[in-house]
Design a protein around this ligand. Structure first.
Ligand code: PRP
Ligand code: ZN
Length: 297
């Protein structure tokens, strides 16, 4: 294949990952001109183009060198790595992206007795992830028949084409609707940035490194919250002890109230109502949780 001077990123054409993936790339400073068929989007600012494809095709496109990177579910990436396809082993997960969270699970009909993996011996398990399922069955020393289906896995037990299933679960709604019960989690999944283990040695490699740095900044900011509150000096220790992770808080005086302090802390993740209520009990008031838009240390 001829070397390219522009980076090419593959992502899902339409589905649960499409919107958040595009937003993430935008936040990294990548914008695209939408072409009419929307299969190929030319990058406007940076030399980075997008290829919009079926998610299952993404790992293969990277392995063949058609694309340099891909945004894809860990479930799809690992399934591909589990096949013996050329180049599959050399693919790697560069960054977890924090959206599209779901899990690959075994689910059985509600009325079926299930206590442990060995209960699956002799059963037929329907799945779209045969490599991942076979790997798990082998590790558990379970002897079951894997029935590979492209979709509609959840109705296989009703149709009688399988006894149990191994499928993606997000809210659990699909399982409930089909009277199935989740019994084992094989894989916790989310969207990841996938690429070859060895970066290209030309300009594309430099561009990937730049993109990874921007991505790290965007992910860090996305998960940061600024917590503001007021506390008395006497409650300060108790309040500080309850602050969710992150660097030391900043303390500011409150005009006209020498006993009071304004506290400002950068927190590494969500701050829940529960946490706020606990901090309030310890003596804090006037509490604000703010999202962080940009950060430059
Ligand atoms: C997935 C999966 C389940 C459903 C689970 O299908 O195959 O059917 O989502 O989600 P839930 O737990 O929130 O109900 P998806 O909608 O991604 O479509 P596809 O797998 O058929 O492409
Ligand atoms: Zn799919």
């Amino acid at each position: 294949m001829k070397p390219r001077d522009r980076l090419r990123i593959a992502m899902q054409k339409s589905g649960r990952l499409t919107e958040p993936a595009l937003e993430l790339l935008n936040r990294c400073g990548l914008t695209f001109r939408q072409s009419r068929d929307k299969l190929f989007c030319f990058g406007e600012g940076e030399p980075v183009d997008l290829l919009l494809v079926r998610d299952d095709d993404i790992p293969g496109l990277i392995a063949q060198g058609v694309c340099d990177l891909g945004i894809v579910g860990r479930n799809v990436l690992n399934e591909f790595k589990g096949t013996a396809t050329d180049g599959a082993a050399a693919l790697t997960e560069w960054r977890p992206l924090g959206f599209g969270r779901c899990r690959l699970s075994i689910a059985v009909p509600q009325e079926m007795n299930y206590a442990q993996p060995h209960d699956l011996n002799g059963m037929r398990i329907a799945t779209s992830y045969p490599a991942l399922l076979n790997g798990w069955l082998k590790a558990q020393e379970v002897d079951a028949a894997v029935v590979t289906l492209a979709g509609s896995v959840e109705i296989a037990p009703k149709l009688g084409t399988a006894d149990v299933i191994c499928d993606l679960v997000q809210s659990g709604g699909t399982l409930v609707a089909n009277q199935l019960r989740e019994t084992e989690v094989l894989l916790q999944s989310e969207a990841v940035l996938a690429g070859p283990e060895a970066l290209p040695t030309d300009e594309r490699g430099d561009m990937i490194e730049l993109l990874l740095k921007r991505l790290d900044g965007v992910i860090q900011v996305r998960e940061s919250r600024l917590l503001l509150l007021q506390t008395s000096r006497t409650s300060l220790d108790a309040v500080t002890r309850l602050l969710p992770g992150g660097p030391q808080p900043t303390l500011l005086p409150v005009a006209g109230q020498p006993d009071q302090l304004m506290l400002q802390a950068l927190c590494a993740g969500e701050v829940s109502w529960r946490q706020l209520e606990e901090i309030k009990k310890a003596g804090a008031r006037e509490m604000f949780v703010l999202p962080v838009e940009k950060m430059l240390a």
